[in-house]
Design a protein around this ligand. Structure first.
Ligand SMILES: *[C@@H]1O[C@H](CO)[C@@H](O)[C@H](O)[C@H]1NC(C)=O
Length: 365
């Protein structure tokens, strides 16, 4: 009798199980969804959704659909697939890796693929069983080349707008800095404005600028070389130089200029132009880094007629500038600026003897 009861209960249980309602569940996604069932995907990446359906009745179809909002706020519904058949197989694929599993692959996702994806079955005219997951397609920033400044040269005092434009989703941040930690021309270390507005560009503003842009999906950066063309800016090493007759002395002009000088010479107050080394004069140009030059006049064995004012003239395509250096008589001999010791015109001869004698010896031995 007891046994009979048990059998009845067992039969009832079997009946309940077999008549159980079908269930639909999205069991897995790639990339994985977060706790709020949201998938964040990178643009151009494939997204896969696994839907597991239990107790599916014959002839019931497993479907996927997508609901999204258009930019105007209108709800749009797209039927993606019915059983194993996607409507648009360039965009979607349905695979059946296992019984009861319908796997949807969204190929190369784009921003407009964002929306709610539902796997569902229709149980009756009025009842459907859903499982949903939300997809948000994001993209890391990329440069908008035609709206981003390239390497360029500007004339001093020109109004310059350096532009850095990127696009991405979510809207990327932008930051301007200078390479080597110099301040931006606007007087700050960094700027978040996509346009760096330099009202009157100055020689010290030239160099490398960096534009960095980022959002939650990634970061990019670009360096922009900014050149400034300006006439020579000249400073004398010493504006007054002293020397006794018969000794060597150098007059020097320190020049900053871009582009490179086309000519550099010295003009004496009596109108004599000293453009190249000649007799007691040596005219030298030394090139330093970053548009710096030294223009030098070496007078070997100063004579009384040498005292007076000299001007160095430097020209480039932008303009000509000059700076004066005065040579005055000194009671005591002064050391050469470059060699740090006193050099008389006779000691020049002596030193050349020192070179000549060993040379002679070498040739004879
Ligand atoms: C799933 O999506 C469908 C279609 O947009 C909607 O009708 C349903 O309410 C959603 N279900 C849940 C649990 O969000």
């Amino acid at each position: 009798m007891n046994c009979f009861y048990y059998l009845i209960i067992l039969f009832q249980l079997i009946l309940i199980v077999s008549s159980q309602n079908p269930t639909v569940e999205i069991v897995k996604t790639e990339p994985a969804a977060n706790k709020g069932r949201v998938i964040y995907a990178q643009r151009d990446e494939d997204v896969t959704i696994w839907c597991y359906v239990e107790n599916l009745r014959p002839l019931t179809k497993v479907r996927y659909q997508k609901t999204s909002k258009s930019p105007t706020g209108k709800v749009q519904l797209i039927d993606i697939s019915e059983n194993e058949r996607p409507k648009d197989n360039t965009k979607y694929a349905i695979e059946k890796p296992k019984d009861f599993t319908w796997r949807l692959r969204i190929k190369s996702t784009q921003t407009h693929d964002s929306g709610v994806y539902s796997c569902y079955i229709r149980i009756s005219e009025y009842k459907s069983e859903f499982s949903n997951v939300t997809l948000i397609v994001f993209s890391k920033p990329t440069f908008v080349d035609h709206k981003t400044t390239s390497d360029a040269e500007y004339k001093k005092d020109e109004h310059v707008k350096l532009q850095c434009t990127t696009e991405g989703d979510p809207k990327p941040y932008i930051e301007w800095t200078r390479v080597g930690n110099a301040l931006l021309p606007i007087g700050r270390e960094r700027s978040e404005n996509p346009v760096l507005d330099i009202s009157r560009i100055q020689p010290q503003d030239r160099g490398l600028y960096r534009c960095r842009s980022w959002n939650m999906m990634g970061e990019i950066s670009r360096q922009i070389a900014v050149g400034v063309l300006f006439p020579p800016v000249i400073e004398a090493s010493y504006s007054i130089v002293k020397q006794t007759e018969g000794y060597l002395i150098e007059l020097q002009c320190l020049v900053e200029v871009n582009p490179s000088p086309t000519t550099a010479y010295w003009l004496k107050e009596d109108g004599e132009i000293i453009a190249r080394s000649n007799g007691r004069y040596a005219v030298n140009t030394f090139k330093g880094a970053f548009g710096h030059y030294t223009i030098e006049l070496v007078i070997n064995g100063v004579k009384s007629t040498d005292y007076g004012s000299y001007s160095c003239y430097v020209t480039n395509v932008i303009g000509t500038e000059h700076q004066s250096v005065t040579l005055i008589r000194s009671d005591v001999p002064m050391p050469s600026f470059k060699q740090g010791k006193i050099i008389s015109s006779s000691s020049m001869i002596k030193s050349s003897y020192f070179i000549m004698i060993p040379l002679f010896l070498c040739t004879f031995l």
